[in-house]
Ligand binder design. Sequence first.
Ligand SMILES: Cc1cc2nc3c(=O)[nH]c(=O)nc-3n(C[C@H](O)[C@H](O)[C@H](O)COP(=O)(O)OP(=O)(O)OC[C@H]3O[C@@H](n4cnc5c(N)ncnc54)[C@H](O)[C@@H]3O)c2cc1C
Length: 423
Amino acid sequence: MEEKFDVIIVGGGIAGCVAGYLLAKNGLEVLLIERGSAIGVKNTSGGRIYAHSIEPIFENFAQIAPIERAITSERLSFMTDKTNTTINYTSELSQNKNELSYSVLRVKFDAWLGKMAEEAGVNIINGIRVDDLITKDAKICGVKSGDDEMFSDVVILADGANSTLCQKYGLGYTLNPHTCAVGVKEIIELGEDRVNDIFNVNENEGVAWLFAGGVSDRKMGGGFLYTNKSSISLGVVFGLHSTPNTNVPQLLENFKSHPAIKPLIKNGKTTEYSAHIVPEGGLGAIKKISDKGVVVVGDSAGFCLNVGYSVRGMDLAVKSAELAVKAIINAKQRGDFNDLSEYDRLLKDSFVLKDLTLYKNLPHFLQNERIFNEYPEMINGIFRDLFTINGASVPLKNKVLARLKSVGYLNLAKDLFTGVKSI
Ligand SMILES: Cc1cc2nc3c(=O)[nH]c(=O)nc-3n(C[C@H](O)[C@H](O)[C@H](O)COP(=O)(O)OP(=O)(O)OC[C@H]3O[C@@H](n4cnc5c(N)ncnc54)[C@H](O)[C@@H]3O)c2cc1C
């Protein structure tokens, strides 16, 4: 007789592991299939997780999970090829655990989540790729891997941004060059003391630093730097459609050799290099997220939000997994897995779809190349004028106006108006 599970989960990233953990805790029989040789080895993030969605699931999670540092310093930089202007905001750790955020290394963090899921009772198979879904009477009822077939009441697609299964079944995210960015990242080992010294942070406290401008070849995109315990995560993300001929590794090399970055990584040793798609198309790129016998969670559903000063996908992955589990448990009680639309309703009431709705016009706004080109030039130009004393007596306001004029008053007004409207 064929073995049947309550739920099969495709993908052991954050969304898949959290879904598995919660289902098993509720007594369901779960199989999680991950194509990587171990949980976490295939996964990439810039590296900052916002605690608000994971804290209610794993209370005091920062004490039990392998987090790197609590973020206490936020930096935002506007770069040209040679200059850089940085805003630096530092704070004390909030007393509200839901307001904290942490740098994480996915290899360690996802492995921990996988262990939590396994200890809760999830059956995990690594090193196997799900090739297709099985359907019967228009309902999804299992998965295929090579010649093997495995059956379940529900399949959760948690297979990430590049989900071939979603594409085949018209589910999840609309994947095309206009809705995707690509991210490349290195982990550079510096030593714990050096990280503390260079970034001026206390032990266990860290920096989240985002960059706009020259870093993405002046096209849609940006750079990021997160401090880990003894290393940094340094990378670039850029829109696929805006840079079709870009040499991706070269962009990262250019970033690393920028005068604002080079001294930071001097004598550092690259210990990991990875690249990954980021589903940045926003609300408009999300298709169907539930159907008969199937729900889509995390990146495969397109639940990712880049608002320029923050990149979020992990907290959305956690919440969508939690809500999918709720809908599946209720469906099991009703004995009807054909209708999983409760998941859609729960999402609509949660921050996941509320935030994606709030920023629904942002992907379009961010296609404006002035944001990555003229504005960083303008900002750096203003600061150059402000701090350059050379004996020429030109009123500062004239210098500033000249910089604004270089972008064009009409452009400034237009971009300000559309920018404000899209947030
Ligand atoms: C460069 C970069 C920087 C980012 N920075 C941040 C950040 O700082 N903060 C933040 O919150 N988010 C960030 N994100 C987004 C975040 O990484 C994702 O939103 C998050 O990883 C989504 O989790 P997930 O579980 O949905 O998918 P994933 O983590 O991609 O997991 C999917 C899993 O499915 C497996 N899989 C895929 N296909 C199959 C198959 N057919 N069979 C079996 N297994 C399969 C994969 O191996 C993988 O383990 C960043 C992303 C990138 C690329």
